[in-house]
Design a protein around this ligand. Sequence first.
Ligand SMILES: [Zn+2]
Ligand SMILES: [Zn+2]
Length: 174
Amino acid sequence: MKTLRLLPIGNVDDRFLKDLCPVVEEVLRVPCKVIPTHLDPEFAFHGERQQYHSSDILRRMQTLVTPDSWRVLGVGMVDLYIPILTFVFGEAQMGGPCAVVSGHRLRQEFYGLTSDRKLLRQRMIKEAIHEVGHTLDLTHCDDYRCVMASSHAVEWIDLKDSSLCTTCRTAIMP
Ligand SMILES: [Zn+2]
Ligand SMILES: [Zn+2]
């Protein structure tokens, strides 16, 4: 059976990644495994912006897609961007096979607040499912509670559920 493979991007807590698997498995109904190596994102670093170009990371990730991969999701803690935006929480290749998410701006510390590991985990789960949803050709959903709702701020992420609405779920699991 094909597996959703999680690829650590740079330095990421292994437990944090393993923790993502059961939830992602439940929502997307596909086995999930952490790849036992990591991708060093330095090649995607932009000196002036002090950020990492997520599209470059996706292109590199494509070379790591194996025949047994259903989708490959990169999970990192570095600040991601695409040229037209100040930052992105993640990026996906529409229709697959790769997506990437970062916890950098999902951390309360980024906003000068006290660290909250549980909240970070919740946000990470939602972003992970959201980006994998794009690799399954799902576009943004108008239902603000659906995990496929567009969110450019953590407050919006906190408003959504970690699950797909009926319309989105039916679209990928008819
Ligand atoms: Zn999106
Ligand atoms: Zn939806």
